[in-house]
Design a protein around this ligand. Structure first.
Ligand code: HEC
Ligand code: HEC
Length: 302
């Protein structure tokens, strides 16, 4: 009798425990991000990375960090679009010739027919694709994915400066984003309206039609977020200043970095941050398990 009683308590308890664990592990942020590829945990260098060694033979060339470590931009919009120094162009051309021209052509005009024309896209677009590791492309034919960048910050900006020099003043520039006075409430509203349909409300990413997918936003820097908004990579729409102003883009970037990348979970567990479905799933199964225990206990007493 005693043994039977124990089995009746233990079985549902083990069941509920197992299901809870599967829910927690299966929907943990790590699993959600694994969609982006195996190496997504590598941190992406920020604009304020430590100074890089000055290349030999160019003692006066400005480094990426000296060019791009502005404090909060002084203008009202919160975004400052930089012009990259002319000294970046020559080394950028050399890097492009050995790493990109085989697909994009010597003049970055897509003459090879393998890869698109990069002229007129601007330094910011090139910076986005190279700094997120999408380029140089490893696997032609599938959507370029985020991976650890091949180039350091200085090299990335040098390549971007060279491509920009082919069509000066045209295309997306590299933005510097000061989020100090950003409005997170506005960022939340704008994100929900413009981005959540594809990237989901928690920014964990989702599949789109035709085999494409919108990646998770947990690794993007504020610069990359604004570059994505302004340049519209792949299947993402391009938002010009008429659709999303600079101030709004800054608020979205601050919201993604502040709330989506560093969520506070008042309940204690994020449950993978996939929203009400995951939470309901775990709540239901744990709750049903406990109710079963109570029922058995009552049944045993009568
Ligand atoms: C193996 C061939 C290959 C190599 C090497 C390569 N690319 Fe690409 N690149 C592509 C293809 C294909 C696309 C289109 C991919 C897509 O839309 O998802 C692309 C897209 C891009 C885009 C976006 C174009 C647009 O219209 O939005 C940029 C910018 C870019 N590449 C820059 C570079 C740079 C800079 C390098 C060198 C560091 C490089 N690529 C190396 C094949 C390549
Ligand atoms: C129609 C669907 C769609 C909408 C709406 C959309 N995106 Fe995207 N987004 C994408 C896709 C698809 C990609 C991947 C592009 C590629 O790699 O080819 C992407 C990529 C990105 C990336 C790069 C992420 C990374 O880590 O590499 C960022 C950042 C981003 N989007 C931000 C935004 C923001 C902010 C908004 C709202 C203003 C937005 N997106 C709206 C589909 C969308």
């Amino acid at each position: 009798m005693r043994r039977l009683l124990q089995a009746r308590y233990v079985v549902p308890a083990v069941l509920a425990g197992c299901v809870g664990m599967v829910g927690l592990l299966g929907f943990s942020p790590g699993a959600a991000q694994a969609v982006d590829g195996p190496s997504t945990t590598t941190p992406v260098p920020q604009l304020t990375s430590p100074p890089l060694p000055t290349p030999i033979g160019q003692p006066t060339a400005p480094s990426a960090s000296s060019v791009l470590t502005y404090r909060s931009p002084s203008n009202q919009t919160g975004i400052f679009y930089t012009d990259l120094p002319a000294a970046f162009i020559a080394p950028g051309q050399a890097l492009f010739a050995s790493n990109c021209s085989s697909c994009h052509g010597q003049d970055a005009n897509g003459a090879t027919g393998v890869a698109p024309n990069l002229q007129r896209l601007g330094a910011g677009t090139v910076d986005f694709w190279v700094s997120t590791g999408r380029m140089p492309l490893a696997n032609a034919g599938v959507q370029a994915i985020r991976k650890p960048p091949r180039f350091n910050r200085l090299q990335t900006l040098e390549i971007a400066a060279w491509v920009q020099s082919l069509t000066p003043g045209v295309g997306t520039k590299v933005p510097l984003v000061g989020t100090g006075s950003a409005d997170l409430e506005a960022g939340n509203t704008l994100f929900t309206l413009n981005c959540a349909a594809c990237h989901t409300i928690t920014g964990s990413g989702d599949a789109l039609m035709g085999g494409a997918y919108a990646p998770g936003l947990h690794l993007a820097t504020t610069t990359q977020i604004v570059e994505a908004i302004r340049s519209g990579p792949g299947n993402m729409p391009r938002f010009g200043p008429g659709n999303i102003t600079n101030t709004q883009a800054r608020d979205i970037a601050a919201y993604v970095q502040g709330v989506i990348q560093h969520p506070s979970n008042p309940g204690g567990f994020a449950l993978g941050g996939i929203g009400p479905v995951g939470e309901g799933f775990v709540g239901l199964l744990l709750g049903v398990g406990i109710l079963m225990l109570v029922c058995f206990w009552i049944g045993e007493r009568t």
